[in-house]
Design a protein around this ligand. Structure first.
Ligand code: HAM
Length: 427
């Protein structure tokens, strides 16, 4: 029988990598705390309707990428492809309008999209997601962009490119749509098949097509930023001034559209050249009408999400530090294999662990020599050795693996002695 493997597009995060993830998520938490964003944990599955109405029926995510199934109660359920719609749903469901605005929330967890897997693109992937709900102030857009930049600064990432656009609002978009379709109409037959389909349903997305000939054809297409209404223009100008004031380097990209329909005004992405084709490490923007689209009142919002896998890939290729791996600090070695000796070792192990020292012993019946070899393979700084002769004298040997010297301590206090050595690095 053939062994069962993980589904295509999923990725096991094994111990060699999981500590890096823990580090990235810890930095995400620290930055969110520092900016006053509070954590929420939301369901991994939601009613399908939430995403159809929230993200938009004609988006790739909703049309082609959702993991949707009927549950045993006959409901249509979807594994979340993103968090923003769920965040807004939770805001409405918990009446957060009654709190001081903006309500600032963050979360991290797995998302699911049926996409063609490639480097940095998976069918199950993690996002850290940050949202500020309830106000339209462009300074909140500035804060959200600033939060993403601070996150990457703390993680040590460099050479990132911030691209920014304004995608307008329902007031100014029809005028731009008209100008765009007028421009595209005579070129329709030269566009790729997907863009021809987009022409009547969602022409704005044509600007975002990666097909080189579509790119060329839309080079001179009317830009949304040339058709903004006064409100959107003012918002965009204030944001640009703010970004300038905080010294954030951004490039304007009039073709940046984003793949989700809820965006209004601000849309941005942060790109990394170390990622290959899937170069967006972060995407976000403002979505002032999402709450209404899912049946709520007017609740403006702005936020971003960043893929954890893409952060880790970029950090690895840029040689960033992930802090210190939680390596074993003391390895306990039984110099003899009888039960009494091993129980004494297990006793010291328990004491060390209750003092918060990362300690371990061998359970596979290795010889003394093999245990010592294992300790040096693990690069453990301290080894504690107990054998029959030590037990008879009620002592244990402590070996400093860095210097190679060895000393004895009473068995009753050896855990304490090792603990102090580690705490103060007393050698
Ligand atoms: P998004 O651009 O679809 O936006 O995804 C945000 C980030 O998630 C991407 O920049 C990328 O780092 C990561 N990502 C997306 N798809 C995949 C995938 N298949 N494999 C690996 N990583 C992926 C959103 O999801 C919006 N909800 C962001 C947002 C929050 N806008 C406002 N608030």
């Amino acid at each position: 029988m053939e062994a069962i493997r993980a589904p295509r597009g999923t990725k096991d995060i094994m111990p060699e990598e999981s500590w890096k993830w823990a580090y990235v998520l810890k930095v995400c938490r620290d930055v969110a705390d520092d900016f006053g964003y509070r954590e929420v944990q939301l369901p991994i599955f939601e009613h399908t309707e939430l995403f159809c109405r929230g993200i938009g029926d004609t988006t790739d995510v909703v049309e082609k990428e959702m993991y949707t199934f009927t549950d045993r109660g006959g409901r249509s359920i979807t594994l979340r492809p993103e968090l923003t719609a769920s965040m807004v749903r939770a805001y409405l469901e918990h009446d957060l309008r009654n709190q001081t605005q903006p309500v600032k929330l963050w979360s991290a967890g797995p998302m699911f999209r049926y996409e063609r897997p490639q480097k940095g693109r998976y069918r199950q992937f993690w996002q850290v997601d940050v949202e500020a709900l309830g106000v339209q102030d462009p300074l909140v857009d500035l804060e959200v962009i600033g939060l993403s930049l601070e996150l990457y600064r703390r993680l040590g990432l460099s050479n990132l490119e911030v691209v920014l656009n304004s995608v307008g609002c329902p007031k100014c978009r029809p005028e731009h749509r008209k100008a765009l379709t007028d421009y595209l109409m005579p070129r329709l037959e030269q566009l790729c098949e997907t863009c021809q389909g987009r022409f009547s349903r969602n022409p704005l997305r044509i600007l975002d097509c990666k097909n080189p000939s579509c790119k060329e054809l839309t080079e001179e297409a009317p830009a949304m930023t040339d058709h903004l209404c006064d409100e959107c223009r003012e918002h965009f100008d204030a944001l640009l001034r703010g970004l300038d004031a905080v010294g954030a380097k951004v490039s304007l990209d009039k073709r940046l559209v984003r793949g989700l329909d809820y965006y209004t005004k601000t849309a941005y992405e942060i790109l990394s050249g170390d990622l290959g084709a899937q170069n967006a490490v972060c995407g976000g923007g403002r979505y002032d009408h999402l709450a209404e689209a899912i049946g709520g009142p007017f609740v403006p919002g702005v936020g971003f999400a960043s893929g954890i896998e893409r952060i880790v890939i970029t950090m690895e290729s840029q040689g960033c530090s992930f802090g210190e791996a939680p390596n074993c600090q003391v390895f306990l070695v039984s110099a003899d294999q009888d039960l009494e000796v091993r129980l004494a070792v297990a006793g010291v192990l328990k004491e060390l662990r209750s003092l918060g020292v990362r300690a371990d012993m061998d359970y596979s019946g290795k010889s003394f020599k093999a245990q010592m070899k294992l300790a040096s393979q693990k690069d453990v700084p301290w080894v504690c050795i107990i054998g029959r002769s030590e037990l008879e004298k009620s002592v244990a040997a402590i070996k400093d693996m860095g210097r190679g010297n060895q000393e004895e301590a009473p068995l009753s206090t050896v855990a304490e002695v090792i603990f102090r050595k580690i705490a103060g690095e007393v050698r």
